[in-house]
Design a protein around this ligand. Sequence first.
Ligand SMILES: [Zn+2]
Ligand SMILES: [Zn+2]
Length: 282
Amino acid sequence: MWNITEVALQLPTSTASDRLLQPLWDYLLFQHFTLVSSPFFPVLLAFSSYVIFRVPFTILDVLGEISSLFKYKIQKERRPTIMPMLRTLGTDDLYNHLVFVLPAVLITNVVMPTPPIPAVAPTVWELISDGLGVLLIFDAQYFFWHLVHHKNPHLYRWVYAIHHDYISPFSWSTQHLSAVELTTVGFWSNIDPILLKCHPLTLTVFSIWMSVEEHIGYDLPYSPSHLVPFGLLGGAMAHDIHHQKPSSNFAPFFSHWDRFFGTAVTVKWTKKIDKWCEKVLA
Ligand SMILES: [Zn+2]
Ligand SMILES: [Zn+2]
């Protein structure tokens, strides 16, 4: 067990501009050390992040046409109701985390103990570079896992199909996954930051935000996919297209793997396919 006095003695001498997050990290260490040092901290952080990140998009979905942002809704004719939101909260979030994720964390901690808690906060640069590194590795892992589960009918049926229950994704459908997929994704989310020696603050917050953002069902103008140039990020539009036309856009965050393997479909291509289908069926 850590001694708080030791923590104080180990505090860095770096300038305040280097460690903007130090006050936050100090607060967590000194006020909530038991929580931060717990092997369950990543699970609690992930679970609470998923719930908090969904709140603004839940409000948007409930408001519907009343909201001025409804014009950005991708599939306006398919609006989620409260029932599927409550169902995903009960079965996908609470049940799956209690029954599958927590035991998986316990086993992982026996096999690979978590590294010691650092006394210093990451610099902003470390937070961004480590977060980007984790995103890129997870993106590659999930792209190939996702592609294989779509191509193999048995894997699709028994492991993956549940995620495609919803043709029109909404923020709560992010975690509408089978237990196998949830455990696999959870394992990568835990192991990738450890392999990259990331600070605990970096953890999975970046990838959780991106996962929720790609499922919101709104192509918002200031979303990361519009702010990052050259279409490097897929964003909500790309993943919405995947839920409508599941042979495209397999990568969760970036677009480079889909471009390389020829599975990238943008909204322009989708409109062309729709027009072509209309002509053929007419
Ligand atoms: Zn999805
Ligand atoms: Zn899929």
